[in-house]
Design a protein around this ligand. Structure first.
Ligand code: UT7
Length: 320
């Protein structure tokens, strides 16, 4: 028994922010951003909250799967930008869906959040605890971005992606997840709730901080490594993999991974051009686009892989 993705959905805010628009706020240019990252525009939440985007993506995934919200036994949201410290985004999604029979909580693994959440649901399904669950990657990093810092504010966008997974005979084949807490400060965001009892200071807003080059080097090394590990553990030849659906942070990272894996770039779909890096949402948004475009056929082997703050990373091989 394994878990199969039977439906996908996604949501991005309507507001488009182009590179040229950002060049009016910070000292940057379309040429620099597109040339270094592949990003040309991103969607930024104006009215939308993280839980709203997550719930909209979830509704679309449930519809795509033909699954009623009441069938859900587990709702997991990979996110690091919930609207509240508590409750979880997952509980807010549960309410929005009317999924009264589900247990709901968030999984914190930054950009790897969707993969970590999916891996958790998969483990519950294999253990026979749950049969049907919903996994979401949702982030609104525009709220955590210092819009004066050109080295980070040009990279991210907001959005959510979701997948319904059900117990089945085929589906997820193998996963590998990893983390290295020693390198937590390479990419981090101070908590928004740092009011201090000791000095009586009011809570301050925390902004995302990143050593971009360190993350870049880590990603191009770790992603191929964990993909190779998944292939080895599942006794799969890399040529059997039809698509590599990778975290959409930077096209140069995707290119470097393709090169290290000795695989043609056309096996690596990309959409960061339109959405930027939506953190935990990149993989499920891309998967949903491919699903709705009819690019995924039953029996196709698809490799998902992500990396992010923690540091965290993961890869998952599945049969569509
Ligand atoms: O989900 C995971 C999230 N994080 C990532 O994926 C980040 C991974 N890292 C990257 O994608 C790349 O490291 C970046 C895109 C962040 C930066 O690219 P880079 O090729 O590593 O550039 P750099 O940091 O070495 O900066 C090169 C130059 C610097 O100027 P000097 O020192 O050479 O004069 C920066 O100050 O580019 C400058 N720079 C910019 N210039 C124009 C940095 N940001 C900008 C900008 N516009 N937005």
């Amino acid at each position: 028994m394994t878990g199969k993705i039977i439906g996908t959905g996604s949501y991005v805010p309507a507001r488009i922010v182009t590179n040229d628009e950002l060049a009016q706020i910070v000292d940057t240019s379309d040429e620099w951003i597109a040339g270094r990252t592949g990003i040309r525009q991103r969607r930024i939440a104006v009215e939308e909250s993280t839980s709203y985007m997550a719930a909209e993506a979830a509704k679309r995934a449930l519809e795509n799967a033909g699954t009623d919200a009441e069938e859900l036994e587990l709702i997991l949201v990979g996110t690091t930008s919930g609207d509240h410290c508590f409750p979880s985004v997952a509980c807010e999604v549960q309410a929005a869906l009317g999924a009264g029979n589900a247990v709901a909580y968030d999984v914190s693994a930054a950009c790897s959040g969707f993969l970590f959440a999916m891996d958790t649901l998969w483990a519950f399904i294999r253990a026979g605890v749950y049969k049907t669950g919903l996994v979401i990657g949702a982030d609104c990093l525009s709220k955590l971005t210092d819009w004066r810092d050109r080295s980070t504010c040009v990279l991210f966008g907001d959005g959510a992606g979701a997948a319904v997974m059900k117990a089945a005979d085929s589906g997820l084949i193998q996963t590998v997840m990893g983390s290295d807490g020693n390198r937590w400060n390479v990419l981090s965001c101070v908590s928004r709730t740092n009011g201090s009892f000791a000095d009586g200071k009011a809570p301050q807003l925390g902004f995302l901080h990143m050593d971009g080059q360190e993350v870049f080097k880590f990603a191009v090394k770790k992603v191929p490594e964990c993909i190779h590990q998944v292939l080895e553990e599942s006794d799969t030849d890399i040529e059997q993999v039809k698509y590599f659906v990778l975290h959409q942070a930077n096209y140069r990272i995707v290119e470097a991974v393709a090169k290290r894996l000795k695989q043609p770039l056309d096996k690596f779909p990309m959409n960061m051009e339109y959405y930027g890096n939506t953190s935990a949402a990149t993989v499920p948004i891309l998967l949903d686009e491919m699903n709705r475009e009819g690019r995924l056929k039953p029996g196709d082997r698809i490799m998902l892989s992500g990396f992010g703050a923690g540091l965290t990373w993961g890869a998952a091989l599945l049969e569509w």
